[in-house]
Design a protein around this ligand. Structure first.
Ligand code: CA
Length: 229
């Protein structure tokens, strides 16, 4: 089987080396390290990887700028990017996700967690973003979005239209963080009249109706929600 290629953009060599070692051992990937944003842009041009792990704290050309430049290029617009961010910089995380990063991991991170995120992103790297998900089948939750039917542990559950659309959007973007603003825009269809607080209320109700599957909807503090598959 062909190995996935991961480009690690990190100027701290110790960290970069650990990541490379972990991904090659546990994610079956082949990893290359570059120490600057500039080198990252060149490496992507030379040979586009399947995934980029991008540290935001880089000298000269910062990670956010690298992300922005890549997203503006036709050959890199859809390249999956996982950002490495400092715990204290929530605004960077938000900016990164808005620029189109797929996920983020907060430093200091566990290598196991990073490896799990990498595998999840690689699994879904045949991108389906905007295509409506026709359905979902998990351990507890089974949803047929075309038939508007949702069941948990074999029992049909009744959702309001809003809850149904919320579930569909989260499932469609599974394993990715979706901000409250994005949910308002996509599920409510307008963003000024409803407070982001009401997203929390709807998510809360949806979670409790989903019973055992409710915990698949994870709260990402300060950012939004993520449906975990
Ligand atoms: Ca760094």
């Amino acid at each position: 089987m062909l190995k996935h290629r991961v480009l690690i953009v990190e100027d701290e060599q110790d960290i970069a080396g650990l990541i490379k070692h972990t991904l090659e051992r546990s994610a079956g990937a082949e990893a290359e390290i570059v120490g600057s944003g500039d080198a990252a842009l060149k490496a992507v041009s030379a040979r586009p990887p399947d995934l980029i792990i991008l540290d935001l704290n880089l000298p000269v050309l910062g990670g956010l700028e690298v992300c922005r430049l890549l997203r503006a290029r036709s050959d890199a617009r859809h390249l999956p990017i996982i950002m490495l961010t400092a715990k204290s910089s929530e605004s960077d995380r938000v900016a990164g996700l808005e620029l189109g990063a797929d996920d983020y991991v907060t430093k200091p991170f566990s290598l196991r967690e990073l490896s799990a995120r990498v595998r999840a992103v690689l699994r879904r790297s045949t991108r389906v973003d905007e295509r409506p998900a026709p359905g979902y089948q998990g351990d507890h939750l089974v949803a047929d979005f075309d038939a508007v039917s949702v069941a948990v542990d074999g029992e049909a559950i009744r959702l309001t239209r809003r809850e149904f659309e919320l579930l569909r959007y989260l499932v469609q973007n599974k394993n990715r963080v979706v901000s409250r603003d994005r949910l308002l825009e996509r599920v409510w269809g307008y963003d000024r009249l409803v407070e982001t607080r009401s997203v929390d209320v709807h998510v809360g109700r949806l979670r409790s109706k989903l019973g055992g599957a409710g915990r698949q909807i994870e709260t990402v503090v300060g950012l939004g929600y993520r449906f975990i598959d």
